[in-house]
Design a protein around this ligand. Structure first.
Ligand code: NAD
Ligand code: IPM
Ligand code: MN
Length: 349
């Protein structure tokens, strides 16, 4: 198994080191060969060479079984050009249309909501990952003047909307979940989101075993806080999915613990924590590596190593429940010590 590893910037480097530490331990314990090949792409590399991603970069990534990314973003690159090429570029060029972001509370004490338990926060968000407001279609006219006009277009295609909503229903059916909620803003975005309405109404009847519900995205944000227990599978567009998965991360203990997968089922896919490079935390050994480590578990699960993935999840849970964590979720350990604790807690299941 060959994995491309792009640690990236800031705490991305530190949390990736711990995900790698855990993957090596899994390889040992389970007797697996997992080759991890580090690619240096990130802000430093860009500032040194002027190259964000080499011309054959996406083709290189496609040759791996999976790609792991830490985080990208650096104040020295204010236009975020390298993150656009490396992170968004990988999502687009590898056509990773499913952004899979499970929101699962691992311990009651991590939930910021009163009287909520692990039973109340356990849902999955499917964020459309290849179109919407992220396609970079737009422009600025008279930039920098008082007459500036800035246009950023949202692109919704039948194919794009169809494949992500279908994926949400198929996932619900395959995993025994009974509810899919589609969230859009079709009351205001009467063209782009009319397409989401049309496709949802077209697909829902094909899944009579699954309850299909629609919410406007603002109402969804409200209900995620008021009563997250009502959600099992949520599907939404690229930007709304970005925002509500930070909200989802808050429900499960913060950005430090939220994992994600960027998938094109059957093809080389990419895995990364939901959080960014957190420049104020970088280099201090304080960042929580759990989001990255759980992303590595999602990766192994996607690659068919179910027991290995479950062993990582169990080890993370043990560290969280026993308080052997970083300070953002109440522990006293550093990034490295948390990674070590989790690695040592990996056992054959
Ligand atoms: P961020 O996710 O880096 O940080 C948001 C907040 O969460 C901060 O308070 C931070 O300290 C905290 N946090 C994040 N990860 C943590 C962890 N592992 N442990 C403990 N606390 C953690 O988001 P931001 O500050 O909005 O963005 C910083 C940079 O990261 C920007 O350049 C942004 O574009 C980039 N970014 C990249 C990704 C990615 O690569 N996938 C995701 C989000 C943001
Ligand atoms: C995420 C991030 C990215 C996004 C940024 C860094 C472009 O916030 O993966 O959630 O908006 O997709
Ligand atoms: Mn985000």
């Amino acid at each position: 198994m060959r994995i491309a590893v792009i640690p990236g910037d800031g705490i991305g480097v530190e949390v990736t080191a711990e995900a790698v530490n855990v993957l090596r331990r899994v390889a040992d314990v389970f007797g697996r060969q997992i080759d991890l090949e580090t690619l240096p792409w990130g802000a430093d590399h860009y500032l040194k060479t002027g190259v964000t991603i080499p011309p054959n970069g996406y083709a290189m990534l496609r040759e791996f079984d999976a790609v792991f990314i830490g985080a990208l973003g650096d104040p020295r690159v204010p236009d975020n050009r390298h993150a656009r090429d490396i992170l968004l570029g990988t999502r687009f060029e590898l056509d990773l249309y499913v952004n899979y972001r499970p929101v699962q509370l691992l311990d009651d004490r991590l939930c910021p909501l009163k009287n909520r338990t692990t039973a109340d926060v356990d849902f999955v968000v499917f964020r459309e990952n290849t179109e919407g407001l992220y396609v970079g279609i737009g422009g600025r006219f008279k930039a920098g003047t008082d007459d500036e006009v800035a246009v950023q277009q949202e692109m919704n295609t039948y194919k794009g909307v169809h494949r992500i909503i279908r994926h949400a229903f198929e996932f619900a059916r395959a995993t025994g979940r009974r509810k899919v909620c589609m969230a859009d803003k079709s009351n205001a975005m009467t063209d782009g989101h009319a397409l989401w309405q049309r496709v949802f109404k077209e697909l829902a009847p094909q899944y009579p075993d699954v309850e299909a519900r629609h919410l406007y995205i603002d109402a969804l944000a409200l209900l995620m806080v008021q009563d997250p227990s009502q959600f099992e599978v949520i599907v939404t567009n690229n930007l709304f999915g970005d925002i509500i998965t930070d909200l989802g991360a808050a429900l499960q203990g913060g950005l430090g613990v939220a994992p994600s997968g960027n998938l094109h089922p059957g093809r080389t896919s990419m895995f990364e924590p939901v959080h960014g490079s957190a420049p104020p935390l970088a280099g201090k050994n304080v960042a929580n590596p759990v989001g990255a480590i759980l992303s590595a578990a999602l990766m192994l699960d996607y690659l068919g190593l179910k027991h290995e993935a479950a062993a990582i999840e169990a080890a993370v849970k043990e560290s969280v429940v026993t308080g052997n964590t970083t300070s953002d979720i109440g522990g006293k350990l550093g990034t490295r010590e948390t990674g070590d604790y989790i690695a040592k807690a990996i056992h054959q299941t």
